[in-house]
Design a protein around this ligand. Sequence first.
Ligand code: IMP
Length: 407
Amino acid sequence: MSNNTLILGLQWGDEGKGKIVDALAESSEAVCRFQGGHNAGHTLKVDGEQKVLHLVPSGILHPSVHCVLGNGLVLSLPALAKEIKELQESEINFKDRFYISEDCSLILPTHIAIDQVRDKEEGIGTTGRGIGPAYEDKIARRAVRFGDLKNLEELNIKLLTLVNYHNQILQNLYNAQPIAFEDVLEELTSNIDLYNKYHCKTQDLLKLWVKQGKSILFEGAQGSMLDIDHGTYPYVTSSSTTAGGLSSGLGVGPRHIDSILGITKAYTTRVGEGPFATELFDSNADQLAKIGHEFGATTGRPRRCGWLDLKALETIVFINSVSNLCITKLDVLDGFEAIQVCIDYDQNQQPIYKTFSGWKQDTSNARSFNDLPKAAQDYILFIEETLDCPVGIVSVGPSRDQTIYRD
Ligand code: IMP
């Protein structure tokens, strides 16, 4: 019997998925990504050394786990090459267990240039990694894909048309410097090794694994409120970060997903611009940011902080068919006198809060639900009841053992 689990962030990313994927990867045979690109960032410790993974699933740290980048990703070859090299320097082996879909769209240096000049005008606050422009080209059916590296002559022709188009945008719309075609081509051809080593028809591989009953973890990147359709548009990323994205981004139908684990912090954060109903601007915000180390793993930008928004989460739990919840960073709330939770919005769309008294106790050593102070238990039970979804995991610190598993 297979046990395939989809892990998703339910907020605006940075919910602490990396730690949970890493823990669950131990009992999985494969970890697969289905959307996004190197805009994502997981901070992990490898041999006591801090590493930030942007593209490679954190399952790679477990020697027997296979890792897949599915067709739904947008792929920067230099970013991937750098990450693989760094991991290989830490003795992590990629041979015969790392697969990249031939259908991934490639991120070119011109995408990055367009993203960065455009964001200066549009102010979405993107990560500047070329994600939006790369997805635009995919949807417009003109992208260069990973599989195009198979035939360099055809790649040349396709790439020339695309780079010319990008340079027109850069020069004519933004008065920016064009990027030489030769430089773009060189970036791809100098990374041809990645194609030779890792290219794969991942849809076929996934079909085989599902038929064999392998246990697979599907790892979402970013968070549900950044979803291109269901998020806070236009302040979103350009992919389907919700559960629906898995089927299109890997070629695995919904019936092959056995459980969906939704991850939310015990409060809320957001990087970049856009609406954030429960955002705080007082000393509580500073306290959350400081204790929670709320700085983006990809860009280092400070994250905006606020209280948990159960009204928004209720919708997100439905959209994703979440079967179990994981609450991360509960320990960050340890020092608060009072903790607020948004339970609804008023006519002016202002949050209506329920106030909980703080527990003012260290929870970082709790290893079972009963170890938690009563007020912390009440907080979790309230979340569970309001969202009508069981809380299966509570995380009380960054290390692996600081995790409470409920039945
Ligand atoms: P893009 O994905 O670079 O286009 O950025 C679009 C929006 O998504 C911006 O607000 C980013 O800050 C946000 N974003 C993208 N990736 C992440 C992530 O991994 N964590 C949190 N926010 C992200």
